[in-house]
Design a protein around this ligand. Structure first.
Ligand code: PLP
Length: 440
């Protein structure tokens, strides 16, 4: 092992020993975070922290003001309606119309405690619609916590890495999984965490058509809504729009997070927008769990009621205010979050100039967008080996293997916590890495 590394070799070795980490590459995100914290404390040197997917921007000011106002008016003492306060339901419905060109009635637009609660509630309700359909399908790579949700719910799941099945190839693969008849719902994120692939219209059409054919609910996770910066969707009501499966099926739930788009992660509020047709759909097996068989009713008065009886009152006012300004064209949230894409462009170049490859790099025939995440690999290294070695170069990231990706050579890098004034350090460290590990 080369000892002339940007972060002192002996200090890192000492902390690895003290933390009893046998294999740093296999350590959890939290363990890596802890190790990096210790080394930063001792050396005073800051890491390029690319491991955690948390927003790196201040929260929307409109939201903060509206929330304080609502609290002063006393909303804290009152239970909000389980399916959300009226002004928020109206603005969610307007938002999906203005920015995704999708018509959903306000009654089918429901705030949730983060988009995480939306997916939890969706897994729970969808897998109870039909006895024989008890399994969730993940179009991977994906966000590991979704699988954790299925595990704690006792819901079986299947998955496949979409890397080798882009474009028309997706049809046969997806059909082979759905044809078994056991899938209740399928989930993917778009743009994708961790790969930042964005499904093309061809792929969304395939997903929509097969969802109809096999009576499967599409859970479209739009946690990074509008962040395919290759197209500017910032003008309300005018194309282009956020790409969505809603164009191709009416058997879907859109899960929209306010954590990244509005930097509102701490207040744990997200949106669940259920297609009106699914909201009114009858599924006899629901009666067994909820006492009624209509999907929307089961979701609201069965699942959401049982989980949290709604979403924090004040944060609903915050989101309603943010969405209203956005829908009225007075607040351009995309302009704010574009910073992620601009940083990604520079950071990707630093890596690719120094022998690294972008693992997921194309959307069919189009180069990938620059956004919140990107994926990298280095010749001759597995992802785990790279993570281990990166620690000595003052860089942290996570391995793609925990995301359901079959690209064992890859790492996910998140741009949000890396500040622009760290770019010279990043460049120096990546160059050093390349110098120490020449590519033949
Ligand atoms: C793909 C994906 N889905 C969902 C979430 C969770 O969003 P929320 O904070 O709204 O619960 C995240 C957060 O990182 C995510 O990356």
């Amino acid at each position: 092992m080369i000892k002339d590394t940007p972060i002192p070799y002996d200090v890192i070795k000492k902390h690895i020993r003290l933390m009893k980490l046998d294999n740093v590459g296999k350590a959890s995100i939290r363990e890596i975070k802890r190790l990096v914290d210790y080394v930063e404390q001792e050396t005073g040197q800051k890491y390029i922290r690319m491991e955690m997917g948390i927003p790196g921007l201040p929260p929307s000011d409109i939201g903060v003001k509206a929330e304080i106002e609502a609290l002063k008016k006393g909303v804290a003492s009152m239970y909000p309606d389980i399916d959300g306060i009226k002004p928020l339901k109206k603005e969610i419905s307007r938002f999906v119309k203005q920015f995704a060109d999708t018509d959903i009635d306000p009654r089918s637009c429901i705030p949730t405690v983060g988009s995480m609660q939306g997916s939890f509630a969706a897994f729970m309700t969808c897998s109870r619609m039909y006895k024989e359909k008890d399994t969730v399908l993940f179009i991977d790579p994906g966000f590991p916590v979704h699988k954790q949700q299925c595990r704690v719910l006792g819901i079986p799941f299947e998955s496949f890495d979409v890397y080798n099945y882009r474009g028309e190839k997706l049809r046969d693969k997806l059909e082979s999984m759905l044809a078994n008849g056991n899938i209740s719902a399928m989930l993917y994120s778009n743009p994708n965490n961790p790969a930042w692939i964005c499904f093309t219209e061809t792929e969304l059409k395939i997903i929509g058509e097969l969802a109809d054919k096999y009576n499967v609910v599409v859970l479209e996770d739009l946690a990074y809504f509008a962040m395919d910066f290759r197209k500017d969707i910032s003008e309300p009501g005018k194309p282009p729009f956020q790409a969505t499966v809603a164009k191709y099926t009416d058997h879907y739930i859109l899960l929209i997070s306010s954590s990244k788009a509005f930097s509102y992660a701490g207040q744990r509020i997200g949106m669940m927008a259920i297609s009106d047709k699914l909201f009114d759909a009858h599924a006899p097996n629901l009666k067994h769990y909820y006492g009624f068989d209509t999907f929307g009713r089961a979701m609201v008065f069965g699942t959401i009621y049982a989980l949290s009886a709604g979403t924090t009152h004040s944060s609903q006012h915050a989101l309603a205010a943010i969405l209203k300004e956005t829908n009225d064209g007075k607040y351009n949230f995309i302009e704010v979050v574009k910073e992620y894409g601009e940083k990604a462009k520079i950071m990707k170049k630093i890596f690719t100039d120094n022998g690294f490859k972008i693992v997921y790099n194309m959307d069919e025939d189009q180069p990938l967008a620059d956004g919140f995440y990107f994926t990298i690999s280095y010749p001759g290294f597995t992802g785990e080996e790279l993570i281990e070695r990166f620690i000595y170069y003052g860089i942290s990231a996570i391995s793609l293997t925990i995301t359901g990706s079959e690209r064992t050579e890859g790492l996910r890098a998140c741009v949000s916590l890396v500040s622009r004034d760290q770019f010279p350090d990043l460049k120096y460290r990546v160059e050093k890495f390349n110098e120490h590990h020449p590519v033949s």
